[in-house]
Every structure is written in structure tokens, then in C-alpha cells.
Design a protein around this ligand. Structure first.
Ligand SMILES: CC(C)(COP(=O)(O)OP(=O)(O)OC[C@H]1O[C@@H](n2cnc3c(N)ncnc32)[C@H](O)[C@@H]1OP(=O)(O)O)[C@@H](O)C(=O)NCCC(=O)NCCS
Length: 172
């Protein structure tokens, strides 16, 4: 599997929305990422599998202000999950963050999203707060866990170099 990353432009708005819709079957509420792609502080990266002729399997949206980044959305289409793609998208985010002098990456994840929580833990993210009743899904509320990755920490560097070694064969 050879993954390619594309920096999304306004031409990719419908593709990003299509991946989002496919990644949240039954939950899509017409959210549009178009305005975000136009925003200066925001960067959207789409993962593709060109050898398989697949043009969009997942994406990550980040906002960077000064030396802090925030993951706004990360998703992978269900048929391509558990192949390391979200981890690869996160490796790309972390690589770019290190290069551009970012010190901390923040994100929010639902307390009941065990898959994403497990991945962020493996990447070295630490819990730094809780937003009570932050999400609503199917009329059920859940808390958001606020997580932070400090790129200058020794432990982060160690975890990150191990993960990169593991994924080196499929890293773009
Ligand atoms: C969460 C999500 C992005 C993971 O994408 P993915 O490409 O399948 O993730 P990876 O293959 O890189 O897996 C990384 C780790 O996540 C965890 N994980 C992923 N899928 C899992 C599953 N079905 N069960 C348990 N853990 C899982 C594991 O720790 C995994 O590491 P491992 O394979 O070494 O066990 C994907 O499931 C998704 O798009 N979900 C819907 C959107 C979402 O919840 N986004 C996160 C918002 S904060």
C-alpha cells in the first residue's frame, strides 16, 4: 500500500465532504468544510491510494495559530480502516508541526470514541481536560476529552520515533 497526501484546495471541497459523509454513516448532518478550506490558519490533507486508483480515503483538518495546532477533524472511510491510515495522517501532521516550530497539538475526542482514544494514546497525547456534555449524538450527550501532545517532551520524541520506524514502509 502506497499512500499519497494531497493538500486540499477549494477544488477539493466536495471530495472532503464526500469522505466525511462516508466516514460517519447515518450521522452526516450536512456539515460543510468548504469555508474552513478557505480559512488562512487551516490546512486540510487528503489521503489517497493512487496505485489502487482510489482518490480519497481519509483526511485531517488542522488549525495552527502561532505555536499551537488543533486537530479539527480526522476521519478515514470505513472500508479502509485499521490499515494505519489515520496514524499516517497524524504522522504527517506531527512532521509538519515539528518543521514549522509548533510546540503543542490539541484535540477533542468523545469519551466513548474508544478507537480514536486508543490511537491518540499510542501517539503520546495526554488528557488535559474535559468538556461536559460537549457532543450530542442520537439524542445522547457525551463529554469531550481534551488531549494535548507536547512536541518538545522527551517521551513524545521517543514514542514518535518508534511509531515512524513501524510505519516507515508505507510513509509517503
Ligand atoms: C478513529 C479513526 C480515524 C481511526 O482510523 P484508522 O485508519 O482505522 O486508524 P489506524 O489504522 O491508524 O489505527 C490506529 C489505532 O487506533 C485504534 N483503533 C482503530 N480502530 C480500532 C478498532 N476498530 N478497535 C480498537 N482500536 C482501534 C488502535 O489503537 C489502532 O492501533 P493498532 O492498529 O496498532 O491496534 C477511524 O475509525 C474513523 O474515521 N472514525 C470515525 C471518525 C472519528 O472518530 N474520528 C476521530 C475524531 S476525534
Amino acid at each position: 500500500m502506497k499512500v499519497k497526501f494531497i493538500k486540499a484546495t477549494t477544488c477539493d471541497i466536495s471530495r472532503v465532504n464526500q469522505i466525511y459523509k462516508a466516514s460517519f454513516p447515518g450521522k452526516y448532518q450536512g456539515q460543510d468544510f468548504g469555508s474552513l478550506i478557505f480559512s488562512n490558519d487551516v490546512s486540510v490533507t487528503i489521503a489517497e491510494l493512487p496505485e489502487n486508483g482510489v482518490s480519497g480515503i481519509g483526511f485531517v483538518i488542522i488549525r495552527t495559530i502561532k505555536n499551537e495546532s488543533e486537530i479539527i477533524m480526522l476521519c478515514v472511510k470505513p472500508e479502509h480502516r485499521r490499515e494505519g491510515l489515520a496514524t499516517l495522517l497524524m504522522i504527517d501532521v506531527i512532521d509538519k508541526a515539528i518543521t514549522s516550530g509548533v510546540k503543542h497539538i490539541f484535540l477533542e475526542v468523545s469519551e466513548d470514541n474508544y478507537k480514536a482514544k486508543s490511537m491518540y494514546k499510542k501517539l503520546g497525547f495526554k488528557n488535559v481536560g474535559t468538556r461536559k456534555n460537549y457532543y450530542t449524538s442520537n439524542n445522547k450527550r457525551s463529554d469531550a476529552i481534551v488531549k494535548k501532545l507536547s512536541l518538545d517532551e522527551k517521551e513524545t520524541k521517543l514514542i514518535y520515533s518508534k511509531i515512524k520506524k513501524k510505519f516507515i514502509q508505507i510513509c509517503p
